[in-house]
Structures are given as structure tokens and as C-alpha cells.
Write a protein that binds this ligand. Sequence first.
Ligand code: HEC
Length: 150
Amino acid sequence: MLKKVFYFLIVVLIVIQFIPNELPTVIMDNKSDLLANNDFPEVIETQIKASCYDCHSNETVYPWYSYVAPVSFLVKRDTEEGRKNLNFSDWEELSKMKKAKALSGFIDEIEEGSMPFPPYLITHNDAKMSDDQKQALMDWADSYAESLFE
Ligand code: HEC
């Protein structure tokens, strides 16, 4: 019985590899990109890139397993939804008000621990943040939002 279940699962795993699942396109040269157009402290830039850019920019880095179903289905959905909610590659196209709103959302999500998206952290060690690193990012977002209206 167990053996049958096992073989059945193997067949399912093979079959689902043939379901079309195109991952969102990667674009590396984005003229409205947040980090390309601003000069923030190095640690902040590195942290945002490591923790948020895979889902919130066009510069997604897809590891090999993001092409393997069923993980690929989740990667496709999270990247599409993430970019739709907040895309740092289009940052400079936002009005000041929209930027301020996005930065306030940025702070809320980090404070609540909802972002970076927890399942993503299982495979992305460099995206994990200590409390100090979180605080530094939130402080940065706060002062950046204020500087928009100076
Ligand atoms: C693995 C993908 C992934 C990563 C990494 C990620 N996000 Fe998200 N993010 C999403 C998805 C999916 C949504 C939309 C669904 C939701 O709100 O849960 C989202 C939504 C958001 C929103 C909008 C929330 C709202 O309700 O309007 C903000 C702000 C945000 N993320 C900030 C961040 C920040 C800041 C980081 C890095 C510290 C980050 N995210 C990392 C996937 C991700």
C-alpha cells in the first residue's frame, strides 16, 4: 500500500512538471529603480536587495528549484503578487504621496514580521534580519519618507 502511494506521488510529481508555468520576466536595467536613482547607505541598499528585491522588483533571482513544480507555482504567484503590490523597479514613477504611502507600508510589514515573506526565509538566509537590522531599515524608511517633503 505505502509503496503504491509512493509511486503515485512520483508520477504526480513528474506529470505536474509539464503544466505550463512561466515565471515573471527578469529585467535588470530599470531606469526608475529605487536603488539605481538614490544614494542610500550601503548596508541599507544591500539589505533591501537581499530581503525584498526578489519579489518587489524586476530583478528577481530564480534559484534552480523555482523552476521545479510545485515550488514554481508558488514562486510565480508570490513574484507576481509582490511586484503588483510594490515594485521598486518602478519607484521613481510614483508620486511623493505614493512613495510615502509605500514607505509607511514598508515599515508596517517589517514591524509586524509579515515581510520578508516567511516561507521565503527558509531558503534565503541572507534575507533574514536581526531586530537591529529591522530597526535600521524602519528608521531609514522613516527618514527617507520625511526627506521627500523637505
Ligand atoms: C517571497 C516574496 C516576497 C518577499 C521576499 C517580500 N515580499 Fe512583500 N509581498 C509579497 C507578496 C506576495 C505581497 C502581496 C500579498 C500580501 O500582502 O501578503 C507583498 C506585499 C508587500 C507590501 C504591501 C502590503 C499591503 O498589504 O499593502 C509591502 C509594503 C511589502 N510586501 C514589503 C516588503 C518588504 C519591505 C520586504 C523586504 C523586507 C518584502 N516585502 C519582501 C511577497 C514578498
